[in-house]
Design a protein around this ligand. Sequence first.
Ligand code: ATP
Length: 523
Amino acid sequence: MPDSTPAVPHGDPKPLLQTIGLTKRYGDFLANDRIDLDVWPRQIHALLGENGAGKSTLVKAIYGLIQPSDGEMRWQGDTMVLSGPSEARSRGIGMVFQHFSLFDNLTVAENVALGLDGSESFKDMSARLEEVSRVYGLPLDPRREVWQLSVGERQRIEIVRALMQNPKFLILDEPTAVLTPQEADQLFTVLDRLKAEGRAILYISHKLEEVKRLCDTATILRLGKKVSTCNPRKETAASLARLMVGGEIKEVKVAANRKTTVPRLVVNDLSLEPGDPHGVRLQHISFELKGGEILGIAGVAGNGQDELFAALSGEWLAPDPGMIVIDGIAAGQLSITRRRQLGAAFVPEERLGHGTAPRMKLSENALLTGHAASNMVQHGFVKTAAMLKTVDRATEAFDVRKANRDPEAASLSGGNLQKFIVGREILRNPAVLVVSQPTWGVDAGAAAVIRQALLDLAAGGAAVLVTSQDLDELAEITDRIAVMFHGHLSEPVATQGASREKLGLLMGGSSLEQEEPAHASGA
Ligand SMILES: Nc1ncnc2c1ncn2[C@@H]1O[C@H](COP(=O)(O)OP(=O)(O)OP(=O)(O)O)[C@@H](O)[C@H]1O
């Protein structure tokens, strides 16, 4: 255990929040095993650990969402037993979740109102919402409906909603997982400001460089137990990762002899009106992706990536069949099932709701995407054994950690669910894989497993299209990178030799001609 124990900041007499021997059992499974944690005012305290290490469980107990099985929590030195999140909020504990809890068809202001105690009028609340978002530099239009917003904007709502409750203690569960570097920088400024205001922050992240930069203290969990509390600034990203996994992280290896073959996914001058008035109009998108190749799509969230995914997967149909060609077949107007039968597979950005049905078991979720092109259905009958086998194979190949063989999707930790979804699709050995944010919320070890699997899939002859906001990830695994901006896709450039600066400029719209506004509303 490293001895880089953090200094107690600013001589506060007592921690703001303490857990002493906090334990949470699910049946025989110990999700938290006697965890001691001290969080002080004016401290940004990182909570680190592999997927399934118990981080979310611990913060759910602190936020009153679950009751600990054993142990104690203290708030400003006094024992705290929480009846639920509203009591946590009334004490000054706020939380921003990894999975957003927003209603798509309501406006920003309506969503915020639902999370508050209702003591002020809607008009006053909306004015305060604008004020808080302006003061903290998190711009939001209270009148827009959530379904029209990018992931980054949605997260802003969650943060502003938490800040409107004026928390003394703010828990953030992987807040930068879907943010661009610029959006993340904005958030760090907000967090530094909250710290200067005397608040405490408990910060869950898998991005170790950002933890080093931002956090004063780090507590590391492994398999439900605390293994270390240290000063992350005195550690390296590698030493933090070693503490998390209890060993070295495997390096991703690109196959030396990967050959590109014939075009397997071709997009021809695809223009598409969005399904909603504020969505992004796809404009003249063309690219060709060969077998054996990985093409990355970079870009700030909300520039048409979701719309392109919808068009490629068949959730939205293209105006002309030939605009999307999968393995030589004009597929632009085929359903998602027909596209799967052609050998295509799709991993959307959102894990719960889009990638899986949360309340269904993993085996049932395997059936949802696998029924068209696997042995799970024969002569109209569903084969339970084949469904379970898919779960077992994904579990083994991708080290999916879960409490039993076939739990509900929603019970898996975020990273483990992502490993399951990516595993489920890769194990179908697709000819074409379209994947969005493959390692969102996934720990360093598991991210390496997923990236390696994408590389291996390409090495086996598949065409792989990866949309990611993580430029480091794209640099590590792609052959070429194109950038989406306002519904346009730039000409792909070779990854080798593409500088972050150049990609950053493309992400900001430079050298892409704007003939017409991308948003259908002209916004
Ligand atoms: N309601 C539940 N029933 C059974 N097991 C659960 C439940 N909630 C969590 N677990 C299990 O407890 C373990 C810890 O999960 P937790 O979500 O706390 O992990 P985590 O460290 O936050 O992971 P991640 O980084 O992937 O979000 C996991 O193995 C998970 O499957």
